[in-house]
Write a protein that binds this ligand. Structure first.
Ligand code: PLP
Length: 386
């Protein structure tokens, strides 16, 4: 039995995808980043809707996520999609990826050789994206390795198809990193020039995630790997403000697609001078009516929201009081009008004219949107709403 559920709004997804496509134009491919279970929204629910609104390219972090996306589209019978693994793939999975036309990043020589050997074994070329190290200092070929990489590629062209050249920017969401980002762009360009001089044409050059897509248009090249924007969030306030100023509008053009809801489990009155729940963190200094909500930290409602969280019931913004337990928590409804068992409780989302934003949720528990979203537990049922 599930005591809460997550709603995913199809019209909000449509809105966000249209926004991204309008920004990048028709010549740039939009790769929908659905790692981390589509940032907590659920790959199974998110991917078919994104596809419905014209998204055909999906990026994931590892092979098991790729498998999940592959299964979604197999069951839909959709054959015109591309899946790209941006991170980890081990040697056995390489064969599987090649067989299933799954593209993957190659970021060091051993992996390149493993791809070539796997491709030889099954008699089919591996589709790879060469990742270059431009300054993030995480993964990627060093610039000085390129001569030998190129040599290897030339002599194994039958088994390695280079689909793309890519890099990842180290913090385009903050102007504080401007210098570093510029240097990364320069390094990337240098490699592209080098490849160009050697008559090596790269079909898809890519480096931009959400922040750079908005802030550094030149980084869009042939493809953008966009995650957080499609779920309705700017990567940071700074990028939002930058965008609003540039376009001279005041309203956030993106829409949150996720809502998280539950229902009131019980209502009771507690006398003045009592502690609520475990321990002594909340003491009633008035006769207090509380609603018990069947959601706790085991269902992803952070314990740090004890005595701090807000929820919506009956169109009112109400305080979580006492500690958040493993499976339930209490809300002060003393002045909230008539509330009954079974009434809707909004943990994230709207009710009448009130809203609990993911960011406000984040602010007072010191968690950023990215992290909070990916923490939404996988097993809470996802329901699509129009
Ligand atoms: C997660 C990720 C992205 C998407 O980042 P957003 O900020 O959510 O757009 C793009 N590229 C790589 C390599 C990533 O790991």
């Amino acid at each position: 039995m599930h005591t809460s559920f997550i709603e995913i709004s199809e019209s909000a997804i449509e809105n966000n995808i249209k926004f991204i496509k309008k920004i990048i134009g028709e010549d740039v491919t939009f790769s929908s980043v659905v790692k981390g279970n589509a940032y907590g929204h659920g790959i199974k629910v998110y991917c078919p809707i994104a596809y419905k609104y014209g998204t055909k390219h999906f990026s994931v972090a590892n092979a098991s996520e790729a498998l999940e996306v592959l299964d979604v589209f197999k069951s839909l019978g959709a054959k015109d999609i591309t899946i790209m693994i941006m991170g980890m793939i081990d040697n056995q999975q390489i064969e599987w990826a090649i067989e299933n036309n799954i593209e993957f990043f190659v970021f060091e020589t051993d992996r390149l050789k493993a791809a070539e050997q796997a491709a030889r074994r099954i008699g089919k070329a591996a589709k790879v994206h060469l990742e270059v190290e431009t300054g993030m200092n995480r993964t990627g070929f060093e610039v000085k390795e390129f001569r030998s990489v190129l040599k290897f590629l030339v002599s194994n062209s039958e088994f390695i198809e280079v689909k793309g050249l890519c890099t990842h920017l180290a913090g385009a969401e903050s102007i504080a990193n401007f210098k570093r980002i510029s240097n990364q762009q320069k390094k990337f360009k240098r490699i592209l020039n080098y490849l160009d001089k050697n008559d090596w044409e790269i079909p898809q050059r890519h480096m931009a995630s959400s922040a750079a897509t908005i802030r550094y248009p030149k980084t869009r090249y042939d493809l953008v790997r966009v995650g957080i924007l499609q779920y309705g969030f700017f990567p940071t306030e700074e990028i939002l403000v930058h965008y609003l100023e540039k376009i001279k509008i005041t309203e956030n053009p993106l829409k949150r697609i996720v809502s998280w809801k539950s229902r009131v489990m019980d209502v009771k009155t507690v006398k003045t001078g009592e502690f609520i729940g475990y321990g002594t963190s909340y003491f009633t200094n008035k006769t207090t009516i509380i609603a018990i909500i069947p959601v706790g930290y085991s269902s992803g409602y952070n314990r740090s929201l004890s005595n701090k969280g807000k929820v919506l019931i009956n169109g009112k913004r109400l305080d979580v009081i006492g500690t958040v337990n493993m499976n339930m928590m209490a809300v002060d409804i003393t002045f909230a009008g008539e509330i009954n068992k079974g009434d809707e409780v909004v943990l994230i989302g709207n009710q009448e004219d009130q809203e609990i934003a993911v960011s406000s949720f984040g602010d007072f528990s010191q968690v950023i949107n990215y992290e909070l979203l990916t923490r939404l537990p996988q097993d809470i049922p996802r329901i699509t709403i129009p």
